[in-house]
Ligand binder design. Structure first.
Ligand SMILES: Cc1cc2nc3c(=O)[nH]c(=O)nc-3n(C[C@H](O)[C@H](O)[C@H](O)COP(=O)(O)O)c2cc1C
Length: 177
């Protein structure tokens, strides 16, 4: 049974929500990371990610300037780094160094991979579309990388106020065929 609610009261029921780190590199050679929760798949073939990135974010500026970036799926060990990446702007500080996250060179883009992420996807900008108050960045995946530890858990935002936790598969996934 459903009862009508205000949008503001119903929205917190969306959790858990996935969170990714968008990694960029500016012309000065410095890498930057930003936490993004408004994300999803926009195309399967070619694979494209959609990212809602505020115009005020340094990441927005860098994606428009370089047209490339990395989408990294953080592990449950990376909660503090994700919160830091999502709390301060990287325009005038080295957020990547401040988090202590290890990086590795990407193959096709200037932005680095995050070595301890569950997976990294190198992307090139395909389009920017703004149907509402937030620009949507569409990134075409060029190269994918996965962590060699298959047991690593993905980090999710599990509640309001950026409460975070690792989420694992509940059991074997059965299909009817
Ligand atoms: C868990 C989490 C999720 C976030 N999701 C988004 C998002 O989807 N879009 C957005 O524009 N900002 C989001 N933010 C805020 C940005 O990460 C934040 O503004 C960040 O400082 C931008 O960094 P930059 O200016 O270095 O690019 C989120 C923050 C947190 C902690």
């Amino acid at each position: 049974m459903q009862r009508q609610e205000t949008i503001a009261a119903a929205l917190p029921r969306k959790y858990p929500e996935q969170v990714v780190l968008v990694v960029t590199r500016g012309g000065d050679g410095r890498g930057n990371i930003m936490a993004v929760g408004w994300t999803g798949i926009a195309s399967g073939d070619p694979l494209m990610f959609m990212l809602g990135i505020d115009e005020g974010a340094y990441t927005y500026e860098l994606i428009r300037a370089t047209r490339t970036f990395v989408v990294a799926f953080p592990s449950d060990q990376m909660g503090a780094a994700v919160l830091h990446a999502g709390a301060v702007h990287g325009r005038n500080r080295d957020k990547l160094a401040e988090t202590g996250l290890a990086t590795a060179p990407a193959l096709r883009v200037a932005a680095p991979l995050l070595s301890d992420a569950v997976a990294n996807f190198e992307c090139e900008l395909a389009d920017i579309f703004q149907p509402g108050d937030c620009p949507l960045i569409f990134g075409r995946v060029l190269v994918a990388h996965v962590n060699t530890d298959p047991a690593l858990q993905r980090l999710y935002t599990v509640g309001p106020g950026h409460a975070m936790a690792g989420v694992r598969v509940a059991g074997p996934i059965k299909t009817s065929q």
